[in-house]
Unconditional design. Structure first.
Length: 319
């Protein structure tokens, strides 16, 4: 007897053909990005679809969830779930998974990369050499020392901890801001983000996105970080008041910024592109072959577990 495969709606492709091949072993897959009329495709299959693959880049809001009355599992390719209406889905009995842990190293690596690049002007140096300015009267400006400085981490979760471990290798002092102090770490806790920014030379944003952290890093925090301070953001653009940050960088009230994430990706404020005290990369913290493969594998493990047992394996806790 042949049983038909469950139907899965996939909002974006995996970067590896073998992941795509693995998915079709267990599911009849609707590859939405290939469809000329996405709405019509969803409408045509709405009652069959039981599983969905999404990511931080493909918002999965209540309106989409409502169109899929038999949806039972959402598997997201990424750790952050601010682009998914998780609570709404969970209330409807839909399981939602993400890809925790497998990307901690690469995201933390990029945070340090951005910090070094910004403080030591690596991107500016690269532009300087390529423009044949080396050896001319245009002298290359001095950077800021990184080793031995004071680092404030906003959000000492799994990624924040991986950042702290790396930062410790640079003999830097670490303090952090969370909603609550952790009892299991020895780093100094600052209940006030403004005080943390005042104390720190470098402030690294590693907290979750979404409503609870919206514009946590506001004008006052940026001012407290100050003209020699550097802001690093590998979390979500929404955590920083982007207008205030641009103004502070332009006016010199903030020393520099290394950014992987932005308020309205892929849009980046034009003013930032003109500033030499800023390093900009296009949301690539998890974008290595190894980590993206591990993320794809975990999405597939979740989807397959759902197909065979009805239960995903890395559920987002009930919100
Ligand atoms: C990815 C991310 O950009 O995990 C996250 O929350 O933002 C990143 O790892 C994205 O999810 C890739 O699909």
């Amino acid at each position: 007897m042949t049983t038909s495969k469950p139907v899965l709606l996939q909002l974006l492709p995996f970067p590896f053909p073998e992941s795509q091949a693995r998915l079709i072993q267990s599911f009849k897959v609707i590859e939405l990005w290939k469809e000329a009329d996405a709405d019509a495709t969803i409408a045509a299959h709405q009652h069959e679809i039981v599983a969905l693959i999404t990511s931080a880049m493909t918002p999965t809001r209540a309106d989409l969830i409502d169109k899929l009355p038999n949806l039972r599992a959402i598997c997201s390719n990424g750790v952050g779930y601010d682009a998914i209406d998780v609570k709404y889905a969970q209330e409807k009995g839909i399981q939602v998974s993400n890809t925790p842990d497998v990307l901690n190293d690469c995201v933390a690596d990029l945070a340090l990369g951005l910090l070094l690049a910004t403080a030591r002007k690596l991107a500016l140096g690269d532009r300087y050499v390529r423009a044949n300015q080396w050896g001319t009267d245009l002298k290359f400006p001095l950077g800021a020392k990184v080793s031995g400085k004071k680092v404030g981490i906003i959000g000492l979760g799994r990624i924040g901890m991986a950042i702290a471990q790396r930062v410790a290798g640079f003999d830097m002092e670490i303090r952090y801001h969370n909603r609550n102090a952790r009892t299991d770490v020895g780093y100094g806790y600052e209940a006030s983000l403004v005080n943390l920014a005042k104390w720190a030379d470098f402030l690294i944003v590693a907290t979750v996105g979404g409503a609870s952290t919206r514009q946590l890093v506001n004008q006052e925090v940026l001012k407290a970080l100050g003209p020699n301070g550097i802001l690093i953001n590998i979390a979500r653009g929404s955590v920083v008041d982007e207008n205030a940050m641009v103004n502070a960088l332009v006016s010199g009230e903030l020393g520099g910024a290394g950014l992987d994430v932005y308020e309205s990706e892929p849009k980046v404020p034009d003013a930032l592109k003109t500033l030499d005290n800023v390093v900009l990369v296009p949301h690539i913290a998890s974008a290595t072959t190894e980590t993206r493969k591990a993320m794809a594998d975990l999405v597939l493990d979740n989807a397959e577990a759902f197909a065979s047992t009805g239960k995903i394996i890395t559920p987002i806790p009930a919100l």
